[in-house]
Write a protein that binds this ligand. Structure first.
Ligand code: CA
Length: 219
């Protein structure tokens, strides 16, 4: 899951970055509204954590531009404790939820998980398909009822595919799930992790669609 963090305060930004990365999200951090708009125009994110008070262009402007492009990426707006007006304006401008600063880490992570769940069109917290079950809240996986150990990167590849069986994911799409800008992309990384997943899940669980990418078949 790839997250854009928009936060101009260096200390808050660093702290949130560390929290999200420790949960194995791939996070890009930008510090002003123009950089946020440019990142959102060029990259594909699963969620945006958006501060409202930003240099160059404020968070509301970023949000209006984003929704003006009919981009439906989930947006979690960060507001100050007493700024009720900001929360209302943020929700009216197309935010999906808000969180009050200073962040409570557990609440932040729970809201992130809830938005990711909702955007995948599923209300229930567990993702299951053909005997494989993932619990994004606890990061526990099981296969045919037996506990299954997945590395963070295997999880990062598997979760989006498992949420959408039948949808083909291209290699660049899957690479985006694995890495943020700061990490080098080795050319065969996706193949390596898919290979590892097949060993754990069975050779046919993830199919290769020649020239297009990978898919978890519906049936
Ligand atoms: Ca700010």
């Amino acid at each position: 899951m790839r997250i854009l963090l928009v936060e101009d305060d260096p200390m808050i930004g660093k702290a949130v970055l560390d929290v999200l990365r420790s949960e194995h999200y791939a996070v890009d951090w930008v510090r002003d509204g123009l950089a946020a708009d440019s990142a959102l125009g060029s990259e594909k994110y699963d969620l945006v954590l958006l501060d409202l008070g930003l240099p160059k262009a404020d968070g509301l402007q970023v949000l209006r531009l984003l929704r003006g492009r009919r981009d439906t990426v989930p947006v979690l707006v960060a507001t100050a404790r007493d700024a009720v007006g900001d929360r209302v304006a943020g929700l009216d401008a197309g935010a999906d939820d808000y969180i009050v600063k200073p962040y409570d880490t557990d609440e932040l992570l729970a809201r992130v998980r809830a938005l990711l769940r909702r955007s995948a069109g599923r209300g229930e917290p567990l993702i299951s398909h053909k005997g494989l079950e993932l619990n994004p809240a606890t990061r526990e996986a099981s296969l045919q009822g037996e506990p299954l150990n997945l590395s963070p990167r295997e999880w990062a590849l598997l979760e989006p595919m498992l949420r959408r069986p039948g949808v083909v994911f291209s290699r660049p799409q899957l690479e985006q799930k694995l890495y943020s800008w700061k990490h080098e992309i080795s050319s065969n990384a996706v193949e390596v992790y898919i290979h590892g997943l097949r060993k754990k899940l069975g050779a046919d669980f993830i199919r290769t669609v020649r020239g297009l990418g990978y898919v978890i078949p519906r049936e």
